[in-house]
Ligand binder design. Structure first.
Ligand code: HEM
Length: 456
């Protein structure tokens, strides 16, 4: 990619935080606060700056035009960081998220029908059932840990959609698959954030537990895959079937490839969505008027499959303020230039998708939670393309449609059934970067509303 300017400068000429010899900025970087550090430095050093991490140079970009240009230049110009592919590969989950080049192209083409609107429409009754379970759980008692409950919801939805397995972690605890998944995520996060792949030389107890969890998951999923192969319906009811149906004439997917895709969807689809819902409910909890407007809208337009403009504006506004994946980490495949800066092959390029959403030149009063801004026309700055929480370009998140249905379904259920407020005297949640940005210590109270009290 090249945005032409007359003068080409080197990465080392870019501004950036001063570091130490050899280790560079490594001592200043805390993995769980990476999003904040990269964002603060955007404020200090501008739309493009460099960071050094031991021998690795990282260029951080936050300008909305450059962000989209870079994200568009895939799979040819940029790839995801190569460490992602190797970590996913050794876990057997090298699928759509981490594949590159022609392998990614082929997989993306085959996988997209599984995410299309018709397939999601067929999935709507299941979504309703799982949402109703969450409602019942919260009617019995206000959630002690709302984020954990929302993760139960997304695990159940994703497992059902991916391989037609009704885990029902909302109403039961201790499901085997859930226990395996709970183990996989923290270790995956740790491996992605660890500069030295120690586990290839020494396995800690956690790493051995991960191997056991992956082996058990593979056994469960192989049974599902075998069943799907034996009884392939004309219309797919889950992601595995959709992949099997899509492959005709283009070579068979192996069981390993199907396992990798199922695990990818489970990994990519749940923490992202559950944390997006948690942040949204946190914003709503301070805005009874917004809760009431949502009630009025879903009273008029009850189906999440229809456009619900106000509710969708609430989602867009919440994700502008707190995108759950604020950093998209890439690597330059060959030598290239970005905005007149020569980027050598192998340089890490971090696209900061959060920063532009919080700048006054893109959104007036950017710190204010104001869903109306997505609906009104007129004075004030409003640049929708500066907020790209689902990424952009050919590797744009294919799960956006499903995530929107899940978020709308839960938000609608909460507003219809409860008054939601922030727990009196509780500290605000802390945001921590673990694959997604997670709110820790979020305390919300859900008070059941009388049945039918939509128009109060
Ligand atoms: C609020 C929820 C979600 C957010 C914020 C989110 C965000 C993202 C982002 C930022 C990317 C990278 C896009 C890029 O590189 O341009 C991505 C990729 C991806 N997401 Fe999501 N996502 C969400 C939900 C989901 C769900 C529900 C699924 C699956 C059911 C999913 C599956 C994927 C996959 C497979 C990719 C890789 C696509 C590729 O590289 O071709 N995501 N997502």
């Amino acid at each position: 990619m090249s945005i032409s300017t007359s003068r080409i400068v080197s990465v080392d000429d870019l501004p950036g935080p001063k570091g130490w010899p050899l280790v560079g900025n490594l001592p200043q970087l805390t993995p769980s606060l990476l999003h904040r550090q990269f964002d603060d430095w955007c404020g200090e050093y501008g739309k493009m700056y460099r960071v050094r991490m031991a021998g690795q140079r990282i260029v951080v970009v936050s300008d909305p035009d450059l962000n989209r240009e870079i994200l568009r230049d895939r799979p040819g110009g940029f790839r995801r960081q190569s460490s992602i592919e190797s970590v996913m590969d050794e876990m057997g989950s090298n699928g759509l998220f981490s594949l590159e080049g022609d392998a990614w192209r082929r997989r993306r083409k085959l996988a997209m029908p599984a995410f299309n609107a018709t397939h999601l429409r067929g999935f709507q009754p299941t979504l309703e059932t799982i949402t109703a379970r969450l409602h019942r759980r919260w009617e019995r008692r206000s959630p002690a840990d709302i984020r954990a409950d929302l993760t139960r919801f997304t695990v159940d939805v994703t497992a059902k959609l991916t391989f037609d397995y009704d885990i029902n972690t909302i109403e039961q605890s201790g499901d085997v698959i859930q226990r395996h998944l709970e183990l996989i995520f923290p270790i995956l996060n740790r491996r992605l954030a660890t500069p030295f792949p120690y586990w290839r030389y020494v396995k800690l107890p956690d790493d051995r537990a991960l191997d056991r969890a992956l082996a058990a998951l593979r056994q469960d999923l192989t049974a599902v895959i075998t069943r799907a192969r034996a009884n392939l319906p004309e219309r797919p009811s889950n992601f595995i079937e959709a992949l099997l149906l899509a492959q005709d004439g283009r070579g068979e997917f192996t069981d390993d490839e199907l396992f990798a895709e199922a695990l990818t969807i489970l990994i990519a689809g749940q923490d992202t969505t559950s944390n997006a819902m948690a942040w949204l409910l946190y914003h709503l909890a301070a805005k009874p008027d917004v809760q009431q407007r949502i009630r009025e809208e879903i009273d008029e337009i009850p189906s999440v499959l229809d456009r619900q403009p106000y509710l969708e504006a609430v989602v867009a506004e919440s994700m502008r303020l707190q995108p759950t994946t604020p950093l998209v980490g890439l690597e330059a495949i060959g030598d290239t230039t970005i905005d007149g800066v020569a980027i050598p092959a192998g340089t890490w390029v971090v696209v900061n998708v959060q920063h532009a959403g919080l700048q006054p030149e893109n959104f007036s009063a950017p710190e204010t939670f104001d869903p109306e801004r997505w609906l009104r026309e007129g004075p004030g700055n409003h640049r929708p393309d500066a907020s790209i929480p689902f990424g952009s370009g050919p590797r744009f998140c294919p799960g956006r449609g499903l995530a929107m249905l899940e978020i709308k379904s839960v938000t609608g259920m909460v507003c219809r059934g409860f008054d939601i407020s922030r727990t009196y005297g509780a500290e605000p949640p802390r945001d921590r970067f673990h694959f997604a940005v997670i709110p820790t210590g979020m305390r919300l109270d859900l008070t059941p509303r009388p049945a039918g009290a939509i128009r109060s």
